[in-house]
Design a protein around this ligand. Sequence first.
Ligand SMILES: [Zn+2]
Length: 208
Amino acid sequence: MKQENIVHQENKIIPAQIEKEAKKALSYYPELKDIEIEFRYKDEIKKSFMQAQPKFSNLFKGKNSRSYYIFMSRKLNIEGDEFSMDEVPSDVIIGWLGHELGHIMDYREKSAVGLMIFGMRYVTSSRYIKEAERAADTYAVNHGMGEYILKTKNFILNNSDLSEAYKKRIARLYLSPEEIVVLVNKLEEDMEDSDKEKDLEEAEKETN
Ligand SMILES: [Zn+2]
């Protein structure tokens, strides 16, 4: 295997191949600025393209000193169908990474023991997977990544080169494009409401 170029930037480690996408996705999560994250290619990830997880070595160091991996697969291999990462457009990778960063936001809230229980349940219960995947999508949308998440979702669900089994799994466990649109709209409404409130406050100040 050829040596790959790795970019070290402050507390982030990123393969050069996805540097642009990773930085773009990270720019939506200012809360993760001080968190150490290593993006790393892994030969095979079971049933998915990417996977976020805490580094076990410092899991018990306290919520703010923990660091995380985002593992990425170069190929998705489901039931003999192979799909290469090189075929994935840049915006879709940004959406995908945004989803994984959403998992890290979710992990940050949990205690070490909570995370271990979470890990065990994640492998045994599809209800748990569903909850976790929806939380990650919701974090990403609420951080302003709705368009990217939607692109990623549509890319997967409308892709004839991806296996039906994989698409069914995504449709069953993740937010649907329709649900994402609802979330994005709600976010926009909330923002308009808070703008209106601010305008009202300003107007009140001026009249006082
Ligand atoms: Zn996920």
